[in-house]
Design a protein around this ligand. Sequence first.
Ligand SMILES: NC(=O)c1ccc[n+]([C@@H]2O[C@H](COP(=O)([O-])OP(=O)(O)OC[C@H]3O[C@@H](n4cnc5c(N)ncnc54)[C@H](OP(=O)(O)O)[C@@H]3O)[C@@H](O)[C@H]2O)c1
Length: 246
Amino acid sequence: MKALITGANKGIGFAIAEALGKSGVEILVGARSESRGQDAVRKLSTKGITASFVKIDLDNFDTIHNATEEIDQLDLLINNAGIPDSYKADRPALDQKKTTFDYTTDDLRETMEVNFFGTHEMIRSFLPKLAENGKIVNITVPIQPNNFWHPLAYQTSKAAQNVMAMTYALEFKNTGSSKQIFGVMPGGVATELNGHTVGALDGFIKSAEEAGELIAKLVLDTENHNGQMIQFDGKIVTDYEVQIHG
Ligand SMILES: NC(=O)c1ccc[n+]([C@@H]2O[C@H](COP(=O)([O-])OP(=O)(O)OC[C@H]3O[C@@H](n4cnc5c(N)ncnc54)[C@H](OP(=O)(O)O)[C@@H]3O)[C@@H](O)[C@H]2O)c1
């Protein structure tokens, strides 16, 4: 079994690579930086995992198309890469102090470029390479704003990504395809994306390794998850009321 994981050089992406690799899956480490990607490949290899580097920058479609040409067939496409705010933002981590009123339209557009358009281009481009029973898995978040956490650009880009995934799922079902696409929501995970926040809610934030294990388990089970948005505890988020299981 072969999996391509975007943003696999660190954080949750690397942890998914490790967890899937330990289960015998061959890992294609998608990363925008060759040196960071090759470092991850080395780390995985020392753990006995078969891994190789594939350059993928969601903000540069040429890299996506080149990668598609290099790869014959995929069993799993894990769309993990994502950014917390505009790729032009100064801070690499989510700015928890930025309020809804501080966001510009450009912030939203530039976040969409990576989280939504980049992810869509991955799906569109790799779909013909996906095995008959292949799975596409988006690593995502719930869309309902709450008082603890509601970063405008990030959350709206993920909402668009979630709806896009469910629309593909509907099309898989309607065309009798045995391919699947679904979202996994790992909950709060301490990574660079949130400045390794070990937040106000004690015990709520998990490590990347814990998240990677949870995600790998869902990805490798034998259930049909097409069209589902699944929480870290296995609960299916029903707020989306996707009409494909009725
Ligand atoms: N952390 C959480 O609490 C949490 C919760 C739910 C969902 N998620 C989702 O999980 C995913 C991974 O996040 P994380 O927390 O592991 O964050 P992270 O540690 O910041 O890792 C983000 C990954 O995405 C890559 N990336 C960023 N821009 C990219 C681009 N233009 N093209 C390709 N790769 C790019 C980064 O590469 P570089 O190293 O080159 O920057 C890095 O590998 C994201 O989609 C995030 O929304 C996170």
